[in-house]
Design a protein around this ligand. Sequence first.
Ligand code: CP3
Length: 342
Amino acid sequence: MTKKLRNVLTGAIEATPPVWFMRQAGRYLPEYRRLRTEAGSFMQLCLDPRKAADVTLQPVSRFGMDGAILFADILIVPHGLGTEVSFREGEGPSLPPLRPGDALPELDPEAFSARTAPIMETVRIVAAEMPAGTTLIGFAGAPWTVATYMVEGGSSRDFTQTKRWAYARPAEFQSLIDRITDATILYLRAQADAGAEALQLFDSWAGVLPADAFGRWSIEPAARIVSALRKTHPGIPLIGFPRGAGPSIVDYARRTGVDAVSLDTSIPLAWARGAMPDLCLQGNLDPQWLVVGGDGLDDQVARIGEAMAGAPFIFNLGHGIVPETPPDHVGRAVAAIRRLGV
Ligand code: CP3
């Protein structure tokens, strides 16, 4: 059976685009909430391969997505580096804040592999159990985005501490970025070895960086990750998601060498197509349309489908599904996407 999503990532054009949604597994699904409660905590769910595999497969079974995104979190890399990561109910992640002058977490490859081994077991289970036409997507957070959580100690609105560190002590901040980059390369290689068929790099906070800093802290680490993976795993397609990068996304695509870029909701599709004519593009429906639903949702699907017709394209969102989303609206969107090009 052909893997439509994987084919599009390697340059094929499909009249009806393949589809998956960021955060397609999550709290909006009652079957997710059930397993999440059973697991006890979000981190325990991520580190329980049987449950994490079941959660990964839930949206694939319910909606027939072309892509299964590994269920884990971008903060598994700091966890692998020995950082204490927890998620408090309704508050998001919490880590001990790392500040200039602090000892950086060490990357001991054996300890890192042991601490991230449950994730690789999840990949193996999903690869063995998913439908034949599905593509298994592994992922990691990009070094800049992961660094913001490590430095701020969790989510942030203005990224004050991380930016001040990067601007005031760039050589020391570079060491932190390099450490995360090395860990991310190990982590993504292990996912590819375990059976991931494509890999996405989430740079969720790329958009807070001024253009010159974006080059150094977002593009350069991503370029290093891409070139390391090309050496050991030349066949695996890589998707970059520099959220909020605006027109700098063209530079990102060219200088990192990714096979595809994911577009956030702000990117005009006709512009992206013109600026990156041969690249596989992914995106960029506003997840709030999945909350609203109705004819408006169908119209948005049709608009995106028209803009991307005749080019390599993966239907996705501009950001993750939100917990308030009625599952039926996701089903409605997938049905509308399946009517494109027919
Ligand atoms: O379905 C999927 O997309 C796969 C799994 C996945 C999760 N997180 C599960 C998750 C993926 C790919 C991520 C990536 C991730 N995690 C990002 C990058 C994408 C983005 O959203 O910008 C970031 C920034 C994180 C860090 C993170 N994880 C935060 C800030 C939070 C708390 C906020 C929230 O939405 O709850 C999480 C928790 C998280 N990660 C949940 C899920 C399903 C919800 C936790 C729960 O069940 O209580």
